[in-house]
Structure formats: C-alpha cells, structure tokens
Ligand binder design. Structure first.
Ligand SMILES: NC(=O)c1ccc[n+]([C@@H]2O[C@H](COP(=O)([O-])OP(=O)(O)OC[C@H]3O[C@@H](n4cnc5c(N)ncnc54)[C@H](OP(=O)(O)O)[C@@H]3O)[C@@H](O)[C@H]2O)c1
Length: 439
C-alpha cells in the first residue's frame, strides 16, 4: 500500500485531497505551537512516591481546587486525612463529599474537623483540642492550602474579629495554627519524617515590603496587593518557623525532624482562580466561558497544579537536610526576593503577629464573657418570667377552683331556697284544701 502511494506521488504529484504544502506547514506549526504552549503551561509531573499508609495529614483547603486534589491523592496512597473545613463535620454536603472521597480512594480514614480560618478563636479551639492529648497524637504532615482572594475591584472586608480577611485567612491563620501545633510537631518521634507544607504564590514577588506597608490597612489596600502581601508574609514566616523548629532541643538529643516546605503550585483553573478571573460576576462568567480556550491553554488543571504539593509531601530528599526549601514545578528553586530571609523583617513580623493575636484574643474573650453574662442574664430573666407565669397560672387555677366551689355552694343554697319555697307552697296548698274541707 505505501509503495503504490509513494509511486503515484512520484509520478503524478500530490493527490487532489492533499492540502497545499504551505497551508499544511502553517497548520502543523500552529498545532505544534499550541501543543507546546499547553505542555509548557501544564508544568511538570511529580514522580516522587512515598509510603503514606498510616501517616496522619492535617490539610486546610482540602475541599476545593489544588487542596482537594492533594488530599485525594494522599488519601489514595493510604494517608489518614483530617480535612480542616469551615463547615461543621455534620454539614450534609461535607458528609457526602467525604463519603464520595472514601469510596473513590478506598480509604476510610478521611475525617473533617471544623476550623474557620477567619477566626482566631476557632483555630485555637481546634488546635488546643489536638495538642491536649498525652501521649502526643501522631502528626506526620500539615498541608496549608486554604486561601482567599478578593476579585479585582472588590471591597476590603474584615472578619468578625476585625482583621482584614485576606491577611487573616492567608497568613495569620497559618501563623496561629502552627504556633499552637508547634509542640505537637516537635514531640514526634525522631525517626518520623514530619513536614509542614505551606502553599504560596509567585505573586509574593510583587508584595510591598512588610515593614513599610501597613499590613492590609485601609490606605494602601487593593485585592492584588493584599493577596501578594499575605503570601509574602507566609513565606517569611515559613522560613522563620523552620528556624523556630530547629532551635528546639529535643529531649532525646536528636536533630529536628520536622521540616517546612514552601510550594508555589503555579496558576491553575481552580474555583478561586475562576472567581478572580470572572470578578465574581455573571457577566464575567459568561466571558470566561466564551474565552475558556485561553484559560485551558495557559492555566494548569488543579491536578497538574497539585503535582508540586505531592512532590513536597513525598520527595525523599526533602525529608533530609535543611528545611524551608521552596518548590516550584517539582523542583527546588530560589526565592525571588532576598527579604524573604531577612531576619529583622521576620522578627518584626513574628512579634507583631503575636501581639496582634494576643490583643484580639483578649478583646474577643472579653466580648464572649460579656455576651455569656448577657445570655445568662437573659436566661435568668426568662426563667424568672416563666416562674412568675407558672405562679400566676397556679393562682389563676386556685381562683377558678374557688370560684367554682363558691358557685357550687351558691347553687346549693339556691336549691335549698327553692326547696323551702316549694314546701311553703305545698304547705299553703294543704292549708287551702283543709279550709275548703272545713267549710
Ligand atoms: N489557583 C491558582 O492559580 C493558584 C496560584 C498560586 C498559588 N495558589 C495557592 O494554592 C492554594 C490553593 O488554591 P486554590 O485556587 O486551589 O484555592 P480555592 O479553590 O480558592 O480553595 C480555597 C480553599 O480554602 C478554603 N477556605 C477559604 N476560606 C476559608 C476559611 N475561612 N476557613 C477555612 N477554609 C477556608 C476554601 O474552603 P471552602 O471550600 O469552604 O470555600 C477552599 O477549600 C492557595 O493557597 C492559593 O493561594 C493558587
């Protein structure tokens, strides 16, 4: 078959249905460029593997986008997954989500714990519950994937505790959570490879310096700047947290076995990114659907974006040597800013975060105590009102009973009177008949 075809090509030239060579060259070049772009933007695949059976992994943001894929893939490899979600574990959607995840991964060890990262109190409640255990609970990995970002043009918002939302969820929540979990991380046996995976974003490069900015204050706030600043702070904290872990003298004299890994997953088509691109509007969503081909071509799928996180979780070399490394495209890279490692910046950030948390927690504790008092007062008042009502009802019943009795009595005397009248009448009749008889 190929020989006759080649012969006919040689003697008769190109067949009529064969595209013109120039057009064919243009088409193949375009297709090749598209394929190359897609291949490049999809990024590298993780090739590292590690036995995850029995390892306990706490993960935030594990119900959406990159975090969801990471949680799923770790569960598929047998890890015990604790999803830290803002919804309570009884939430019907969450129950169904976990049920589905258990079925698809064949792993029953998937649970949820409620932690609202927009609330310092909620984080403290969960983390103190976690560490309040003797001997310390097993903890192999903390993957911090949750984040929030306001679409362009959106307004600055504050949490119920009065903190700027992006700063709180993307940075301060992680600082607070790891601060409380730190004893649990340090107490793990020395032969356990413990990892803290922090998810950053290359937008940190555009962040203003932390010491010159008013950290999410009203004056210089834009959605992009707030997000970049929160991610930059997370990176500075990540490196500082590694130093904090390393400074700990283990009672067994062994070196620190907990390591921080910073991961930049690259830009991906996740719900968070879609919200950003569509500006959270229906019109934006329509535009996104029309131009979806560009998003498909230039952005990674959540699965491909999760590859660097899986690498950070499973690559053997990251469990040895110094911690605090930055991973991008499944390989170690340098940070693009020197001040990520500036000790002065880190110290100031750590101290100001500590002070802020202490101040807010005190304020909130006072508020809660007052609210509790108010609630107790209301309950006491309601109790008293109920008692008064009960007594009034009792008095009412007694009064009614007495009234009935009185009615009965008056009824009887009435009867008696009636009876008296009757006998009088009868006596009269008798007298009348006697008189008649006499006459
Ligand atoms: N997507 C990208 O292009 C990209 C690029 C670079 C870096 N990253 C980073 O990669 C990580 C994952 O991004 P993504 O786009 O996959 O995220 P996403 O789809 O927007 O999901 C964010 C997750 O964070 C959770 N979350 C938000 N606020 C929370 C709160 N107050 N308490 C508890 N959980 C909360 C969400 O929970 P709910 O499901 O309850 O809302 C959700 O599971 C983030 O750290 C992000 O900064 C992403």
């Amino acid at each position: 078959m190929p020989i006759p075809f080649l012969l006919s090509l040689y003697f008769d030239g190109l067949p009529w249905w064969f595209p013109e060579p120039w057009r064919l060259a243009k088409f193949t070049t375009a297709a090749g460029a598209l394929a190359l772009t897609k291949w490049y933007s999809s990024g590298r695949r993780n090739t590292a593997e590690r036995n995850m059976h029995g390892r306990v992994v706490l993960i935030t943001g594990g119900t959406s986008g990159i975090g969801a894929v990471t949680a799923f893939e770790l569960a598929r490899r047998g890890a015990q997954i604790v999803l830290l979600t803002r919804q309570p574990p009884s939430d019907p959607f969450l129950v169904e989500y976990i049920d589905d995840m258990r079925k698809r991964t064949g792993n029953q060890l998937i649970y949820a714990e409620q932690v609202d990262l927009a609330s310092l109190h909620s984080i403290r409640q969960f983390a103190t519950r976690w560490i309040d255990n003797a001997p310390p609970r097993r903890l192999d990995m903390v993957v911090l994937c949750a984040s929030t970002l306001t679409p362009p043009g959106g307004r600055r918002t504050e949490t119920a505790e009065g903190l700027e939302t992006t700063w709180m969820v993307n940075y301060l929540a992680n600082f607070h959570l790891l601060g409380i979990l730190s004893p649990a991380l340090r107490a793990q046996p020395f032969d356990r490879d413990v990892r803290v995976v922090l998810t950053t974003c290359s937008s940190y490069i555009a962040s203003p310096r932390l010491d010159e900015a008013n950290k999410g204050g009203k004056d210089d706030w834009t959605p992009a700047r707030a997000y970049a600043r929160s991610k930059f702070a997370l990176m500075v904290f990540g490196r500082a947290f590694q130093k904090h872990l390393d400074a700990y003298k283990r009672p067994d004299g062994m070196p620190m076995n907990a390591r921080v890994v910073l991961v930049d997953p690259g830009y991906a088509r996740t719900p968070g990114m879609t919200r950003w691109l569509t500006r959270g509007s229906l019109l934006g969503l329509l535009g996104y659907m029309i131009f979806y081909i560009f998003a498909w071509l230039l952005l990674k799928s959540p699965y491909m974006a999760a590859q660097s996180l899986l690498y950070a979780a499973m690559e053997g070399s990251l469990g040895r040597g110094a911690g605090g490394r930055l991973i991008k495209e499944c390989m170690e890279v340098d940070t693009a800013r020197k001040d990520v490692d500036d000790e002065e910046v880190a110290k100031k950030l750590w101290e100001s975060s500590d002070n802020l948390i202490e101040k807010i927690e005190k304020q909130e504790a006072v508020k809660r105590a007052l609210a509790k008092k108010e609630q107790e007062k209301k309950e006491e008042e309601a109790k008293q009102a109920a008692q008064v009502e009960e007594i009034e009802a009792l008095i009412g019943t007694i009064k009614k009973g007495k009234a009935k009795e009185a009615q009965k009595k008056t009824g009887k005397t009435g009867e008696k009177n009636n009876n008296g009248n009757k006998s009088e009448k009868q006596n009269g009749k008798k007298a009348k008949s006697a008189a008649n008889d006499a006459s």
